[in-house]
Design a protein around this ligand. Structure first.
Ligand SMILES: C[S@@+](CC[C@H](N)C(=O)[O-])C[C@H]1O[C@@H](n2cnc3c(N)ncnc32)[C@H](O)[C@@H]1O
Length: 298
């Protein structure tokens, strides 16, 4: 994405959640807040998808198809991550690359929780303008502006400390839809900060794209979206990296498995199979990080 611009993919994710609310996996998926984070223009394809009305012009049709296709991925991804958050209610949640994530505004389970939303400065400024006067459900929401790829003077660990994050207390980390946009080096650097600030009992919930022929094609096409993919992972490769940072994998499942469990429409099986959500936990004392944590990165 252009350095000074807010993320456009974050808007498409939000549009897809808004389109799916009350339409897909009812009882398992809900995001009534998403529509409130969108502009009137951005709500047009959402309303068309909800009404099942295909528009005529090609530009409006592209927006419609993009929201409709993304819905199939976003519903199982949201359900998998929401379930993992409910499963382990840490007193603080850090949402990395938050985009237009609405959990702090919609999840009753976060009522006693302090939420820290981290994002690149332009995406975060855009989010704050969109949130406006919406009341959060979470006990508090603090915004922390950091670029994982170019953290500048204050890196993620220090920025969180400045914002009041408590390294001595367990944290649930949500890293949804961000890893593909980071180089392996930026992924490792972010895991290092997560590791430094993860007390025993902390959990990381992250989505990633598995390496496959299809995702390698996605890698090329993502160039034209303006937010290029920079890393794909084999599950065992990411598991090894997490382990190096003292995080042991608890579950790692494909969105195809989740979609089949919750009974949502599956039109692109291969795409869902390559989209994965991993949950990893900090079991006990922090393990020492190797002197060269980036060795063996892809
Ligand atoms: C596809 S959006 C996902 C947003 C949200 N997590 C969701 O799932 O709806 C990608 C997000 O990652 C953020 N992001 C991408 N590169 C980043 C970086 N280098 N540092 C911090 N955030 C980044 C973008 O600003 C954007 O909010």
């Amino acid at each position: 994405m252009p350095t000074g611009s807010a993320s456009r993919t974050a808007v498409v994710m939000c549009q897809s959640r808004a389109a799916a609310d009350g339409r897909s996996a009812v009882g398992r998926f809900a995001d009534p807040v998403a529509a409130h984070l969108l502009s009137d223009d951005e709500r047009v394809p959402v309303d068309q998808v909800r009404a099942g009305q295909r528009p005529q012009g090609w530009a409006t049709r592209v927006a419609f198809e993009s929201v409709r296709a993304t819905m199939q991925m976003i519903v199982p991804r949201t359900v998998a991550i929401d379930d993992a958050v409910r499963d382990q209610a840490a007193p603080q949640v850090v949402v990395l690359g938050a985009g237009l994530d609405s959990r702090a505004w919609r999840m009753a389970e976060l009522a006693g929780v302090d939420v820290f939303e981290v994002d690149r400065p332009p995406s975060q400024a855009d989010k704050r303008a969109r949130v406006g006067g919406l009341s959060a459900v979470a006990r508090s929401v603090r915004f922390v502006a950091v670029d994982f790829a170019a953290p500048g003077d204050v890196g993620l660990a220090d920025a969180l400390a400045e914002a009041g994050h408590q390294a001595g207390m367990a944290t649930t980390w949500i890293w949804e839809g961000v890893i593909p946009y980071l180089s392996p080096t930026a992924v490792a650097a972010t895991l290092d900060a997560i590791s430094v600030r993860s007390a025993a009992g902390s959990r990381l919930i992250a989505s990633y794209q598995a390496t496959s022929v299809r995702t390698r094609i996605g890698w090329v096409t993502s160039r034209s979206w303006g937010e290029p993919w920079r890393s794909l992972w084999r599950p065992e490769q990411l598991e090894g990296l997490l382990h190096r940072y003292g995080l042991d994998v608890v579950t790692d499942e494909s969105l195809l498995t989740v979609a089949e469990q919750i009974g949502t429409s599956v039109q692109n099986r291969r795409s869902l199979r390559d989209s994965r959500v991993v949950v990893a936990g900090r079991p006990g004392r922090r393990q020492p990080v190797p002197s060269d944590p980036q060795q063996d990165l892809p």
